[in-house]
Design a protein around this ligand. Structure first.
Ligand code: C5P
Length: 346
């Protein structure tokens, strides 16, 4: 059950020693908001797939030689190496994220298990920030898993899941993968109730992240007030999602692509002027379905093959969208892409 073995099938090589874990990104192929909940969150139904863009987390015990770009806390510290384009804002966002998630996860586990470990985590960041690709949540799940093993706590999935849910709505999805080896899951509740979905074909994607990220809380805040979660809305969503999964399992990718959707897209549109433009661009690069992932701001196109995904990524880069005006002379109204990826589901 050790993480390094869990990942050997995904990377074609072993992920590394007992002190290392690969944390994948995710995409939401379907996301419906069923309604507000009493706890301030929203009830969701979403289909998530992990994709082959990974952060890497390492644990080094009793390492006191940490200097420079590291963040400390009660005997635990974290050093982050960012392999994302660094424009200052990334660093600022990462500062918040690393403290909130990797160290929070580790402290929560240590506290729950009643131990005081000391040492250092180091994190290599490749998953874009504020993109809706779950980087922070995946890092948190990886931290729980790595610490659980490295500190010889040995908690089961059932013991770790409540800690994961406390850290964030998407963390249980990433955590449950380490135990169940599923490649996709339906997530319900506020996102923390995970039902593995098996036998989905490998999917190929092109992903574009605009320079402006989006905060999950702000996107949910823009949702038009909906009445209480109704049984009717939940049943309609359940039907649409089952149809999508059946279509995917039958291998009819083009038809499945047309069934993918994200209810948060219209909310995000009020915060990001680029979504409409991205939709238009993605309809011209041969995508068989396209949508925003999670709370954005990354936009995803489903492609027929890995080769087509790579070709579409090159086209996006070469389109020089940074010089394509969106109707005003103001420099702010140019669509700029921070990252473009071609990737596949795990
Ligand atoms: O759980 P997570 O930390 O990812 O949530 C960030 C914010 O997004 C929450 O504070 C909440 O405002 C919003 N959210 C929501 N409903 C969800 C998930 C998140 O309203 N199901």
């Amino acid at each position: 059950m050790f993480p390094a073995e869990t990942f050997s099938d995904e990377t074609g090589r072993r992920a590394g020693s007992a002190g290392e874990i690969l944390a994948p990104a995710k995409l939401n192929l379907y996301l419906e908001v069923l309604g507000p909940r009493a706890d301030g969150f929203h009830a969701l139904e979403t289909l998530m797939v992990p994709v082959r863009i990974y952060d890497q987390l390492f644990w080094h015990s009793n390492d006191t030689s940490v200097s420079g770009n590291n963040f400390t806390g009660e005997g635990l510290s974290l050093r982050v190496r960012c392999l994302l384009p660094n424009d200052g804002r990334t660093d600022q966002l990462l500062g918040k994220e690393r403290d909130n998630l990797v160290l929070q996860a580790a402290r929560l586990l240590a506290e729950t298990a009643g131990i005081s470990p000391s040492g250092r985590f180091s994190l290599i960041k490749r998953i874009p920030i504020q993109a809706g690709m779950g980087g922070g949540s995946s890092d948190a799940a990886a931290a729980l898993m790595l610490a659980n093993t490295s500190w010889k706590i040995g908690y089961s999935q059932e013991q770790l899941l409540p800690l994961a849910a406390q850290l964030g709505s998407d963390v249980p999805f990433f955590l449950s993968r380490y135990f169940q080896r599923h490649h996709a899951a339906i997530c319900r509740g506020r996102g923390e109730l995970v039902e593995p979905v098996r036998q989905l074909p490998r999917l190929h994607f092109v992903i574009a992240q605009p320079t402006t990220g989006l905060s999950t809380a702000e996107v949910f805040g823009q949702l038009a007030a909906r009445a209480e979660t109704s049984d009717q809305r939940a049943a309609a969503s359940h039907f649409r999602l089952s149809e999508l999964i059946k279509t995917l399992q039958s291998g009819a990718i083009a038809s499945a692509g047309r069934k993918m959707s994200n209810r948060l897209e219209s909310a995000a549109e009020q915060l990001s002027p680029w979504l409409d433009h991205l939709r238009d661009v993605f309809s011209r690069i041969g995508s068989i379905g396209h949508f925003m992932t999670g709370s954005g701001s990354a936009y995803v196109g489903v492609m027929r093959s890995a080769t087509q995904a790579r070709r579409a990524a090159r086209r996006l880069v070469n389109m020089k969208l940074g010089t394509g005006k969106l109707g005003s002379e103001n420099a702010e109204s140019y669509l700029k892409l921070r990252n473009v990826f071609a990737t596949s589901s795990c």
